[in-house]
Design a protein around this ligand. Structure first.
Ligand code: BTN
Length: 253
């Protein structure tokens, strides 16, 4: 895989031993100063790591990659903001794929190895009218952690998958390089290509599986792709295609 030195993503790095949340720090930094595009906030540990839907992101100190990148995606509108989830998921999936097979993206942007979650991503956009003023792409990639708390449903790490310890700085540079690669594709408006590449990597794509809808209950469907808005498109047992927004449905496993 082509892995050049990134030009701007991850060039400027702020590294902490401990911080509340790299996403929170990055968001504050954007409001207070004018950090250069691609600035990365890294921490060895987070006291209040943020997951999706207000959840806590667990990570043992110094074991995993905890990073937030700051970008100013001027080339897309708010209707296209799901593209930022797409580029970050593709970047992380590419890096994990360098070490292990069976890597997929569980919609909207969890990174899976087979049926286990190896990375989570939290994209937080700050909007102004129809434009995205700035975005914070927070990535938690489990690298060297061996034991996880019992209440996490299905965690894994690069170490658990391969039996090898990795240099966190090297993993960071790979992620930065892939993120820059996909971000440049986004800047040059290769939106269809990016969406296609993302769809091809979707977990359970074209496979019958069970889902739960808050109002409609359990249903069986096949994931077929994503709409431009990021909604998940599903082929139902009755032959209809339906699409669902994040939080409307849950995977049953
Ligand atoms: C998820 O719930 O899957 C998303 C997890 C995102 C975690 C990362 S760790 C680095 C960054 N800082 C945070 O507080 N969260 C993200």
């Amino acid at each position: 895989m082509n892995m050049p030195e990134p030009l701007f993503v991850g060039k400027n790095i702020l590294h902490f031993t401990e911080i509340e949340s790299t996403n929170n720090f990055a968001s504050e930094l954007v409001t207070k100063t004018n950090p250069s595009e691609g600035t990365a906030i890294i921490s060895d540990f987070q006291t209040a790591g943020k997951g999706q839907i207000g959840r806590y992101w667990h990570s043992e100190a110094q074991k995993n990659l905890l990073v937030s990148f700051i970008l100013y995606p001027k080339s897309i509108t708010i209707n296209e903001q799901f593209m930022l989830n797409i580029i970050s998921a593709l970047a992380v999936a590419d890096v994990v794929s360098m070490y292990k097979e069976s890597v997929s993206i569980k919609w909207p942007n969890d990174i899976y190895v087979a049926n286990l979650k190896i990375a989570g991503i939290l994209v937080q956009n700050s909007l102004r009218n129809t434009q995205i003023k700035s975005t914070v792409i927070g990535i938690g990639l489990n690298v060297n952690q061996v034991i996880f708390p019992d209440d996490l449903p299905n965690p894994t790490s690069l170490f658990l998958e391969t039996g090898t310890n990795y240099d966190l700085g090297a993993i960071f540079r790979l992620v930065a390089s892939r993120l820059e690669y996909y971000y440049l594709l986004l800047k040059s408006r290769n939106l269809a290509l990016l969406r296609n590449t993302f769809e091809n990597r979707l977990y359970l794509r074209d496979e019958w599986a069970w889902y739960i809808h808050d109002d409609e209950g359990k249903f069986e469907a096949k994931i077929t792709g994503v709409e431009k808005s990021g909604k998940l498109m599903m082929y139902m047992r009755d032959g209809k295609i339906k699409s669902y927004a994040f939080r409307e449905i849950r995977f049953m496993h």
